[in-house]
Design a protein around this ligand. Structure first.
Ligand code: SF4
Length: 384
């Protein structure tokens, strides 16, 4: 049906953009070769034309206008009237998805927008600027626009181009750095160097745009564990990003890194190795003002979060509390966390007797460390 009122919706957004309007300006990833990632393996990269993106924005505006007719004076919406109107229009399921995205977004204040997919800056800065101005002209309530970008692409954009993008409305760029160590970046075939990360980060910050980088403890395997932490610390110190987000490495079945692991070419890090990497990162970045964020269930210690300078001691003490547990207590906590039952060590006291007994049984069943690390990797695989 050519005349359907639909717009594109991509598959991925950061957790912090859960209530954001998703505007797809590119599809897939320009690189698609990182050894741990399968996200866009079956998507051929495409940068949409400005006209085609504007058409999507027009459809978004159509649903917005339809909903806004039913906004009461106090700002709330007449849900029943909106539903009556939607029913009368006999929307297809794709149209309903689009309608609900706009409706939920408006219910949340219609403030934040996230530009998809994996590498939005592959669209030239000039074209992206035109999209941003058009978007803001149609939705004047927008307060924040954010996007993903690949560091190698981001390093080719100048500080003055970032300034133009900021003026057009781009507020924050998320980038999966994963590691700041060149050895680790090579191991995972990230296709970027730490120097390119630093150029990208400095240009983004100079242009006045917030930068949120992602760090993967454990992605260098056991051999490069310390190197991963120290290399990342150096990059973080050089750039001083606004946010450093922790995404614990998961070696997922089907990826090239998994194959290397199966062929004994890659040794999994234990949960404790990963915690020690985070500890080293915090220790070595205590002059940075950015916020360390742990906003994903795959991270073991979710409450290790705060400003790298001011909350340094607090974060280290949470880590040390965990590291000072006996091995069996650490295993119990890891298991409870991986089962989604707890997010902090104190939460262990809230477990029921049945949960505690199950955890105890499982913790004692697996004796070898290698086998345990494999089990933990399998459990977190379920979350991504
Ligand atoms: S750059 Fe990002 S999306 Fe692309 S392959 Fe690497 S991790 Fe996946």
């Amino acid at each position: 049906m050519d005349n359907q009122k639909v717009f594109r919706i991509g598959p991925i957004r950061p957790p912090s953009e859960a209530n954001s309007l998703l505007l797809q300006v590119t599809a897939g990833c320009t690189w698609n070769k990182c050894k741990f990632c399968q996200l866009y393996r079956h998507t051929k990269f495409k940068a949409y034309t400005v006209d085609s993106i504007k058409t999507d924005i027009d459809v978004m505006e159509y649903y917005k206008d339809l909903i806004m007719k039913h906004q009461r004076n106090d700002g709330s919406f007449d849900h029943r009237d909106i539903m009556d109107e939607i029913l009368s229009k006999r929307l297809t399921s794709e149209e309903q998805n689009c309608f609900y995205m706009i409706y939920n977004w408006l219910l949340n204040g219609g403030k934040n927008v996230f530009l998809q997919d994996g590498n939005t800056l592959a669209l030239s800065a000039g074209r992206l600027t035109e999209v941003l101005y058009y978007l803001k002209s149609k939705f004047p309530t927008i307060k924040r626009i954010t996007s993903y970008g690949r560091a190698e692409t981001l390093s080719k954009v100048t500080a003055s181009q970032y300034k133009e993008l900021k003026e057009a409305g781009l507020d924050r760029i998320h980038s999966g750095f994963e590691s700041g160590s060149d050895l680790v970046l090579e191991l995972i075939n990230k296709g970027v160097t730490s120097e390119e990360q630093i150029i990208a980060g400095k240009n983004i910050k100079e242009g006045g745009i917030e930068l949120s980088v992602y760090f993967m403890p454990g992605i260098g395997g056991e051999t490069l564990s310390e190197e991963n932490a120290l290399g990342t610390s150096r990059v973080v110190r050089e750039i001083n990003p606004d946010f450093v987000r922790i995404r614990t490495a998961v070696i997922k079945e089907g990826t090239e890194l998994w194959q290397e692991y199966i062929n004994n070419g890659f040794e999994l890090c234990s949960d404790n190795d990963k915690v020690l990497e985070i500890r080293k990162l915090i220790e070595n970045t205590n002059s940075c003002q950015g916020i360390l964020v742990s906003d994903h269930i795959i991270n073991l210690l979710q409450d290790v979060t705060g400003r790298l300078d001011k909350d340094n001691k607090k974060m280290l003490s949470i880590i040390d509390e965990y590291l000072n547990l006996s091995i069996i207590e650490q295993r119990r906590y890891q298991l409870a966390r991986r089962a989604g039952l707890v997010s902090r060590i104190e939460d262990m006291q809230l477990l029921t007797d049945i949960q505690r007994n199950q955890i105890d049984k499982y913790s004692k069943d697996v004796f070898s460390e290698t086998e345990w690390d494999k089990k933990m990797n399998e459990l977190i695989m379920n979350y991504i």
